[in-house]
Design a protein around this ligand. Structure first.
Ligand SMILES: Nc1ncnc2c1ncn2[C@@H]1O[C@H](COP(=O)(O)OP(=O)(O)OP(=O)(O)O)[C@@H](O)[C@H]1O
Length: 613
């Protein structure tokens, strides 16, 4: 990973130290109680906003209903401690358990929904739980529950805001650390990959349904934790702080701070809380009358912010902090590379990942039998059969619209067949999801490159090695995954070097040229240690030398026993590389054979109108 080293970690570490120093100063200096009260609320809101950063900003699932989870955490502990005399710590366990159960139940019903249906569902459960809190006698109906005991830490009761302040911010600090660790882990990369779309993530072996559910549960638990702290700070709960407007407020906090950034949650929570407080004090004086004018002004400011800074405030702060460095070294150096992930920093501890046994040269790998795919009245693939053996490179060619990409999607499990069969490594696999195919040893690239543009190139490749690791979210959050991460990153680096991107690992994938992005996709596919590589137009956008280098890589893979099926329009590239060609036209198989024979086939010449010549 050569190239200029951006001191992002140094910025980050300095920022964290400053933040901690400020928080400790608040605790030890004789600041007004009111400051502590505000800091406590900011801390509790930060926890909820942090969950929303994960859920909405990073995983792409919008929720207006997080306040309901705050309520669940608060009420669970309130009921247990007031009606059953339980300790608040038992209340915490109960709060987390109730939140997890509710999140699992609601998540099972909603997280698979896409588009506007998911936010609508979150509104629906937000409303339902609010009225449930307000109507259940057990929960004191709209009057709520009073007399909640304070939290007791080693015999010391946290009765005042000053006392609970340290606990709140300790929890925020731990939550931030765990979230940062999680996002820089195998499970975290899976969460981040969700935004790249289900097809891409599943083709890398990510179980997207489970990953969405995991994110949903983590966000709910963070909200429940905040509710528990709230209940024992206020010592009373009623439904009002858990209504829909609170849910919308939390989402605003995440968006204002920067929904794609962990620190954005804290910035958003602080900014919105301080702004609301300030407006509440100045607006009545300015307008000469009282009312909820701060809501109106905040709303208008939100519209302005969304127009001007849709990514939130956090990126501005980072740029401002980098400004002196940019002036010294030039902006190109400052934006050249991302900070190295933990796995890359620990790469010297890497063990070589075990490799899949490759089938004997010439043994059958893929057998497509009378595959058919119809879209309404259109027959995109019309009873096509072909096969591929271990260590063979086969080109699937044909004019535009011939059905090649559709065939790829049928083979890789992205689309179900209308009729026919697909056999892979002697097993019938049609009907299996693409995640299953990935586990069985199929890896693919896409006609239109599908990468995570804001992730580093090497992290993108590591997503391809997802199934070669097994450490989960907890291990990631607690950094119990160092050895595995190091091995996954070592594998990713090997594959990057293989495709000629060894020095670009820490560049944002989206900043690479299109040809390099195609190579990056190939490296990602190779990181899964495939038996069969499906490449959709791999040479498109590559320069002549890059094409030659790619051909060398593919020949080397062939010699290692990997089979390659490639769709390609670049006939020079295909003809010199493949062992066999399968030609499709209007969905049908029209010719098959070695390149020399196929290029003379009258049906092929007819299909291409001489284009092959
Ligand atoms: N999801 C879909 N719904 C409806 N029609 C589709 C769908 N996907 C593909 N088609 C149609 O199926 C036919 C085959 O398309 P496909 O993309 O497989 O062709 P191709 O050979 O890959 O073409 P190209 O080389 O231009 O990428 C086209 O007529 C296309 O419009």
């Amino acid at each position: 990973m050569a190239g200029p080293t951006l001191p992002r970690r140094r910025f980050g570490q300095t920022g964290i130290v400053l933040w901690l120093a400020f928080m400790i100063a608040l605790a030890v200096l004789p600041v007004p109680v009111f400051w502590i009260t505000l800091a406590n609320y900011i801390g509790m809101y930060s926890l909820v906003a942090l969950g929303l950063v994960l859920l909405t900003g990073i995983a792409g699932m919008m929720s207006f209903g997080q306040a309901a989870f705050v309520g669940l955490g608060a009420y669970a502990s309130a009921v247990l401690t007031t009606s059953y005399g339980a300790s608040p710590w038992i209340g915490l366990l109960a709060g987390v358990a109730v939140t997890v159960l509710a999140a699992l139940a609601l998540g099972a019903l909603t997280v698979r929904l896409s588009g506007h249906y998911l936010p609508l569902c979150t509104l629906a459960w937000g409303l339902s739980l609010f009225y449930l809190f307000g109507n259940l006698t057990l929960l004191g109906q709209f009057d709520g529950i009073t007399g909640i005991p304070p939290i007791n830490v080693f015999g010391f009761e946290l009765r005042s805001g000053r006392h609970i302040y340290l606990l709140i911010w300790l929890m925020v600090a731990l939550a931030v650390m765990a979230t940062l660790n999680l996002l820089d882990s195998r499970s975290g990369r899976a969460i981040r990959a969700l935004k790249g779309g289900v097809v891409m993530a599943e083709s890398c072996g990510v179980n997207t349904a489970r990953t969405k559910m995991l994110t949903f549960v983590i966000a709910a638990v963070l909200a429940g934790l905040s509710g528990w702290l709230y209940a024992h700070l206020q010592r009373a709960v009623n439904p009002t702080p858990f209504d829909l407007s609170a849910g919308i407020g939390y989402l605003f906090m995440a968006v204002v701070g920067g929904a794609g950034y962990v620190w954005g949650a804290l910035v958003g929570a602080a900014l919105m809380t301080l702004l609301s407080d300030w407006l509440q004090s100045v607006l009545p004086a300015l307008l000469g009358q009282s009312g909820n004018y701060e809501v109106v002004v905040t709303g208008l400011l939100m519209i302005l912010l969304l127009q001007r800074a849709p990514a939130g405030i956090w990126p501005f702060l980072v740029r401002a902090a980098q400004w002196p460095f940019r002036r010294r070294r030039g902006s190109a150096a400052a934006s050249a590379e991302l900070a190295p992930p933990a796995g890359l920093r620990a790469i010297r501890h890497a063990r070589v990942l075990p490799q899949r046994a490759k089938p004997a040269h010439g043994s059958p790998v893929l057998d497509v039998r009378l595959a058919r795919k119809t879209f309404g009245g259109l027959v995109a693939v019309n009873d096509v059969s072909f096969s591929l053996a271990a260590g063979e490179i086969v080109g699937l060619i044909g004019p535009n619209g011939a059905g090649k990409s559709t065939m790829f999607n049928l083979v890789s499990g992205v689309l179900p067949l209308s009729a026919g069969e697909v056999h892979f490594m002697g097993q019938r696999v049609d009907g299996r999801p693409s995640r299953w195919m990935a586990r069985a040893g199929m890896a693919r690239t896409f006609q239109h490159v599908r990468l995570m543009p804001t992730m580093s190139a090497i992290e993108n490749v590591t997503i391809g090695a997802h199934l070669r690791g097994n450490k989960g979210a907890l291990a990631g959050a607690l950094r119990l995954n160092r050895a595995e991460e190091a091995s996954l990153f070592a594998q990713a680096r090997t594959q990057l070097e293989r495709v000629g991107l060894g020095s670009d690992g820490l560049r944002e994938a989206g900043s690479l040229a299109l040809g390099q992005q195609r190579l990056l996709e190939i490296a990602r596919a190779l990181a899964s240690d495939p038996v069969l590589l499906l490449l959709d137009e791999p040479a498109a956008g590559l320069r002549h030398q890059e094409k030659q280098a790619l051909a060398t890589v593919l020949r080397q893979l062939r010699s290692e026993g990997v089979s390659v099926l490639l769709v390609e329009h670049d006939m020079d590239f295909v003809m010199g590389l493949v062992d066999r060609l399968v030609v499709m036209d209007f969905g049908s198989h029209i010719a098959e054979g070695v390149p020399q024979d196929v290029r003379l086939d009258p049906a092929v010449i007819e299909a291409y109108l001489g284009g092959v010549e």
